[in-house]
Design a protein around this ligand. Sequence first.
Ligand code: FE2
Ligand code: FE2
Length: 358
Amino acid sequence: MPTKSLYARPPAGMTHAVSAKDLVTSFNWEYDEQRPKLVQLYDAAKKQQWDAAVRLDWSQSLDPENPMVMDDMMIPIFGTDLWRGLSDKDKAKVRRHQQAHTLSQFMHGEQGALMAAAKLVQMAPNVDEKHYAATQAMDEARHVEVYARLLHEKFELVYPITPGLKSLLDMIFAESRWDFAYLGMQVLIEGLALAAFQRIRDASKNQLAAAVNAYVMQDEARHVSFGRIALRDYYPKLSEAERAEREEFVVQSCYHMRDRFDQRDLWGPLGFDEKQCVALVMQSEMMKQFRHRLFSRIVPTVKDIGLWSPKVQKAFAEMGAIQFAEIDIEALLAKDQQVAAEFDAGTTGRFAPRAAAE
Ligand SMILES: [Fe+2]
Ligand SMILES: [Fe+2]
């Protein structure tokens, strides 16, 4: 079914182009530069390729009242008079739209990640990085595929990209330096997305929706490791001024994500007053907590790649996210691998046996 017919409201256009000045395609004739950690990661990436059509059971149906079977606490207007006044039918509609809105942003964001990985193949200075990035491009294509399939086949509803995500993508892809694509897309946007994927992986009581996010996260764990290796090697070689420029980019992008990654455009198609809903969401204690938690995967990575000036620390403190600097990111990534394996083995213990559920 064409996506065009599934949009909750029409997007500004069906295509979008961003051009970057002085984009450099970088060849390297040294084919034997093999940093052991990158080679290891490349090997793991080759072995862990998966086919979404086989690994996931797409015959599972989603509940039209609550497709991903998420707690209503996750709904931004939950607990307000507006929510309490809704009929059961309207509540079901809000759940379906809100979940479709979230997954739509994942899908659009993953398209950005696909392009960022391709850009890295083209622009990364060394061949070992190009090899790894090529596997990542395949991973990201698969991520676009799984979210698109969930939306097209199960939700039959798609939301356009939000202005906040779109303007951040524009900023990233208008930049011609290779590391900005990585920093912006993989560390920041996908870092933020990881926290949102995790929320569904760990809280959804629908096996298909939870498994999609568990498998995507397994790939993302490798991407984060790659970013850490590539950028941790690269940033110390930059001048103080060049590093300060990257830090400024991190700070600006994080404020942008905090302030503009809301679900403002969700409410119109649902027939609600947008201004009133945005105000309610802003006041919600649960949403405040959630906005802090969104940075839980970004902060330790930014620290690890050495963009950790007092200015960056001050910004994260102001966003209520500085405590995440203490997270053991290695342990977190290992856990992502383990959870995906539990989904494969059917040992998560959270879902009814498949036969009984159908
Ligand atoms: Fe991805
Ligand atoms: Fe990724």
